[in-house]
Design a protein around this ligand. Sequence first.
Ligand code: PLP
Length: 391
Amino acid sequence: MSKTAHSGASRLGKIPPYLFAEVDRKVQEKRRAGVDVISLGIGDPDLPTPQRIVNVLQEAAADPSNHRYPSYFGLAELRQAIAGWYGERSGVTLDPATEILPTLGSKDGIAHVPLALVDPGDVVLAPDPGYTVYVTGALMAGAEPYIMPLTDANQWLPDLDAIPGDVADRAKLMWLNYPNNPTAAVADRDFLERAVAFCRQHDIILCHDAPYSEIAFDGYKPLTLFEIPGAKEIGLEFHSLSKTYNMTGWRIGWVCGRADLVGLIGQLKTNIDSGIFQAVQWAAIEALNGGEQETRAACEVYAKRHRLVANTLNELGWTIKPPRATFYVWAPVPHGYDSIGFASHVLDEVGVNITPGVGFGPHGEGYFRLSVTAPDARLDEAMARMRKLSL
Ligand SMILES: *Cc1c(COP(=O)(O)O)cnc(C)c1O
């Protein structure tokens, strides 16, 4: 094979171009031209991290015992806090020594899990539209992604019966994500039970990405995977402090579930990173032990914003219901547009940035995603502008 010193590794060449890059470029161009662009494009809480958590970080950062390399597997106190949180939240016991591994945000766990558990040529089942890391992580590991389309007709749940038998037999891993990004869909017990049964039958590792497990409204409480009997025998669940405590910049989350699988991810990660800054771990312990009051208050804010967005779009001719969970609105683009065309139109005409659905995979075509993580006044302004949009 010839040297291709300047073209990068072939595995990177397999990764589709980042579709949001073009939108980003347009937003920057508008801003340079003096347009006051309101971004509803990114799922990143605008609300600050609760002060009690910041206080613990500040104290811990000043303590030299936190300045050295942390443990690869996280502080025992952190794994204990995670087990306590999970037990209280879900009524499920996790062994903090073997069934929990803290990660540098859940993206760290998600991107790396195929490297630890999947061989080249194995199939990885991934939802589309979906968080793009499920597919790119599989490609980086030389695996073969197989798309499970999410559609309105199926309530944005994969149709497990549509997965061909030979694909299911070659599949090593399945990704699910509920509450869902980008569709804001939720999964009921019946679906999760069927997914667990399917994965057990075909000997597939079920990976449930659950960063929005706490972002839910009107008393709705999303199920976590291990509330489903038998799930821990085949499953892993990925959690994050990013969305629950407005801590996206802090980079802390965890993977939990079947001990041998958690152990293999830990083994891989000892060769990649050197753990999580211990001061951040102490702050995470404070977050998890401190109750859910701030998260509930944040959800009240998101729920109010969701009602505003639904009311505004419905005045303009959409028929959408505020979602039960997540801070996303997922809605069809108007007739005559594709998703990139509509996002460009909204940006050009009223200076509001939304995300074209196709950025989450081909099956996201025909939809857009809007995130209600802009300050109230900015979201009000964005909705006032949307009322003037020509459709
Ligand atoms: C935000 C998000 C994550 C990653 O969050 P981290 O900040 O890396 O913990 C993972 N999956 C989905 C679906 C997300 O929306």
